[in-house]
Ligand binder design. Sequence first.
Ligand code: CTP
Ligand code: MG
Length: 217
Amino acid sequence: LKVAALIPAAGFGTRLGQGPKAYLDLGGLSLLARSVAALAPHVDEVVVALPEGFALPEGIPARVVIGGATRQASVLALLRATDAEVVLIHDAARPFLPPEVIRTVRTAAAETGAATAALPVADTLVRGQGQASALWGELTARENLWAVQTPQGFRRELLLSAHLEAEQGGIQATDDAGLVARLGLPVVLIPGDARLFKVTTPSDLALARALVVVWDA
Ligand code: CTP
Ligand code: MG
């Protein structure tokens, strides 16, 4: 069974404001280098989507495709660049990847067709309302709620058809499992890890810089 790791890394990191996050240094290694190194031992090939005009840093064992204007478009470009039967999609912006999560997502994806890492929500959840959403609105029960992470694993044909359906219907999603679930197909939730958080804002980067010291120790 051929397995590929597909890494969307073609974003510009607007919220963080330091350029494409894939190139950010974290304890001597870029975010992209960390994701590739974590995934490579578990797959037959790694393909990375980069912004147009950006090159893969030396020494990273991966192929490159040019990403699209959205994450979804970047993933579609990645799906078209491999013939693997199973694909693991992982955001370059999530540099801390426990091997156990990779193994479990991979196995579940091969067996069932679609699986994602996700974390049970621990905080109380409330919808903001009013100006700037700064007022306490409707409370949402947190029972059975999961925060969706990556890696997400799929049979490639299945995810490709979900993407083509979404493209046809003008649907934009921020993750791939959601596109599969939209078709009424089951997606297995695999217990993820708090350390799989996405580096999105400056405070996330501060957390990552603190965590990398123990991660690498
Ligand atoms: N991504 C991508 N192609 C895009 C947009 C995003 O491959 N057109 C990737 C990012 O590189 C990142 C992952 O999708 O690894 C998650 O996206 P996000 O955290 O939103 O990163 P950015 O889009 O770069 O950040 P921002 O939204 O703040 O600009
Ligand atoms: Mg983005």
